[in-house]
Design a protein around this ligand. Structure first.
Ligand code: NI
Length: 258
């Protein structure tokens, strides 16, 4: 049976610690059968490993988030090099560029973005990319340092033109809550114009709730909202969306183990 995959969640965040089982139960009720859990540091990944023992449908990734870059130490880099080799880690991310809050260390962000793409290439794993107010620079970095195993442009908010340049690099475009906002015109355009074979959905929970849950904390059971939005924009059934997204996701991260 076809099901939803949440290609970007932060289920290891403290927000979910209490009532964790309930979040899982609601996700299962909404037909979510696989969840990428994006870890931003070693401690979160440790919790991810514990989760994965109990819930094999969690996939794990680790990478240093652009806004955390100034506090990353040499020891952290050594740790990352080791952690990404773990077979339970299926991707390097979320990595990328975020110029929204502070532009004083853009160059350092770029350098660390490249360093992590190269690390992903070394271990033959895809990347998960975060960009905010930095679409042109991110495109430039990716074209100059292509990810050998492709990856995901998470919560894609770039242009259709950029998407067309990124797709040949093996990048997929994941859409979450913001796709359901009435003002998400460019995102809807990308979904309409790009082939379904490079599209995914996500929640980025606990952030970015869909329109229907504005002002609430997002959770992985909400992934059907952007998913249904993709189906209606493409004029196809939800099942078709789920089936193709499963293919897209498995192409990047393999079939579910366990
Ligand atoms: Ni995220």
């Amino acid at each position: 049976m076809a099901y939803w995959i949440d290609s970007h969640s932060h289920m290891i965040f403290d927000e979910f610690k209490e009532n964790f089982e309930e979040y899982i139960q609601r996700a299962v009720e909404q037909n979510v059968r696989r969840i990428m859990c994006v870890c931003l540091n070693k401690e979160q990944l440790q919790r991810g490993f514990e989760l994965k023992e109990k819930y094999p449908f969690f996939d794990l990734s680790i990478g240093y988030f652009p806004l955390d870059i100034p506090k990353i130490t040499e020891q952290d880099w050594k740790d990352l090099e080791e952690l990404v080799q773990d077979e339970r880690v299926v991707a390097v991310g979320e990595i990328g560029l975020d110029y929204f809050w502070d532009t004083s260390y853009n160059d350092l962000q770029k350098e660390c973005f490249i360093r992590q793409i190269e690390l992903a290439n070394k271990v033959n794993k895809p990347i998960i990319v975060h960009t905010r107010d930095a679409h042109e620079d991110a495109l430039e970095v990716l074209l100059a340092h292509p990810p050998v195993k492709g990856g995901i442009m998470h919560c894609y908010s770039g242009s259709l033109e950029n998407a067309r340049k990124l797709e040949p690099l093996g990048m997929c475009f994941a859409f979450g809550g913001p796709l359901t906002y009435t003002n998400s015109l460019e995102g809807k355009d990308v979904v309409r114009e790009m082939p379904l074979s490079c599209l995914l959905v996500e929640t980025d929970c606990p952030s970015l709730p869909p329109q229907a849950h504005q002002g609430e904390m997002s959770e992985t059971s909400y992934v059907h909202y952007p998913g249904e939005c993709v189906a209606s924009l493409k004029g196809i059934s939800v099942e078709e969306v789920q089936e193709q997204m499963q293919i897209n996701y498995e192409k990047l991260f393999g079939k579910m183990v366990g």
